[in-house]
Design a protein around this ligand. Structure first.
Ligand code: FAD
Length: 345
């Protein structure tokens, strides 16, 4: 197997405890780095990341199966670096990986095959692409790349530092994330379920798009299948496709509890659930919300194989994360808390 390499370098101006900060960030993102003298190592999803600190020099080496994996992993590394130390990644010089000036390898184009109604407020969109293999491995999610109404699309490009640069201002793309419902890379098609809600550009797009229309996509990315023999999950409509997929792929022996909140009973879908997992549907605004329902469940003791997974509105997710991490003592690698959307302030 051939390997693609990308190497980043940065000299001087490094904060104290850089490696510790980066390691903490990796754990926050559900990755457990291996500490080696003067460095960190991380392996998985077809890529290997080596970070080394020598005096005032910080070096990152990414080895992966192809350009696409390099760009995906480099994007994730830059994201974690920026969370660990603001502005750090802006000063890194990268060599190798995708050619500057071209389309990022994780951006593809697809044709709309059809849009059908599958729930009171859910549309299923089916897309076809010769490049669907790009999405075969590396995450459950992708982004639609929708240009502003009436403007020609300004697609992202790779810059000379190896970063993906997105158009800003009037040409900025709308890039909502979605979850694969069906993904058949070999057959060149996939589908996703879109929750219709007020003020949604993506909903307007899905309602009016005609078969044959072209759409840009980027991915795959975000959120792996969660580990844990015991699992506590929660989500609203936006997380329903992800939870449905995780449940369908969970082994028969997995146990735990799942809470799903909808505003309309017409959005409750049949789920394939392992026998040891109970599913409770919550009605929004009536009875407990997701956090109240989830926090009423007793967690197995620390040391057992347990995992808490929540995706919903940003503020609820933030409160839940504080509850499970600070009050319940859940470790970084034992939970995933993701804001799938943000309500207006
Ligand atoms: C990893 C990931 C996977 C996701 N998977 C899916 C999926 O499979 N299906 C799906 O439908 N969504 C999914 N989402 C959520 C989706 O990306 C967001 O709802 C996104 O905001 C939709 O873009 P938009 O154009 O509809 O609205 P935006 O332009 O982002 O927002 C417009 C307005 O709508 C409001 N809004 C956004 N989402 C909601 C909501 N759910 N309920 C009420 N108001 C809302 C905003 O507050 C804003 O006022 C996922 C999100 C993430 C991060």
């Amino acid at each position: 197997m051939s390997e693609v390499l990308a190497q980043g370098e940065l000299h001087g101006g490094l904060p104290d405890g850089l490696l510790e900060r980066v390691a903490r960030e990796m754990r926050e993102h559900g990755r457990e780095p291996q500490a080696v003298p003067g460095g960190l190592r991380l392996e998985g999803q077809g890529a290997r990341v080596e970070m080394d600190l020598q005096g005032e020099a910080f070096r990152i080496r990414i080895a992966a199966d192809d350009n696409m994996a390099v760009q995906r992993v480099r994007g994730a590394v830059i994201h974690m670096l920026d969370h660990a130390v603001e502005g750090l990644s802006d000063r890194m010089d990268w060599q190798g990986g995708p050619e500057p000036g071209g389309l990022p390898p994780n951006v593809i184009f697809a044709t709309v095959e059809g849009v059908s109604r599958i729930g009171a407020n859910f549309l299923r969109v089916r897309l076809r692409s010769d490049a669907m293999e790009t999405f075969a491995e590396g995450g459950m999610h992708f982004r639609l790349l929708l240009p502003p109404e009436g403007r020609a699309p300004a697609w992202p490009v790779v810059d000379e530092r190896g970063r993906t640069v997105w158009a800003r201002g009037e040409d900025a793309l709308h890039t909502p994330a979605y979850t694969f419902v069906d993904l058949e890379p070999g057959e060149g098609w996939m589908s996703f379920d879109l929750y219709e809600h007020e003020g949604s550009y993506a909903t307007d797009w899905a309602r009016r798009v005609a078969p044959g229309a072209e759409v840009g996509l980027s991915g795959p990315g975000g959120g792996d299948f969660p580990p844990g023999d015991w699992i506590l999950m929660g989500g609203d409509e936006t997380a329903l496709p992800a939870i449905r997929r995780i449940l369908a792929q969970s082994g028969e022996g997995r146990c735990g509890h799942v809470f799903l909140e909808t505003g309309d009973p017409g959005d409750r879908v049949p789920l394939e659930v392992p026998p040891g997992i109970t599913v409770t549907w919550l009605a929004r605004g009536e009875g407990p919300d997701l956090l109240e329902a989830m926090s009423a469940v007793a967690l197995p003791p620390a040391g057992e194989s347990r995992y808490v997974w929540l995706a919903a509105e940003r503020r609820l997710v933030r409160r839940a994360k504080a509850h499970f991490r600070d009050t319940q003592g859940l470790a970084g690698a034992e939970g995933y808390f993701s804001a799938y959307w943000s309500a207006p302030a």
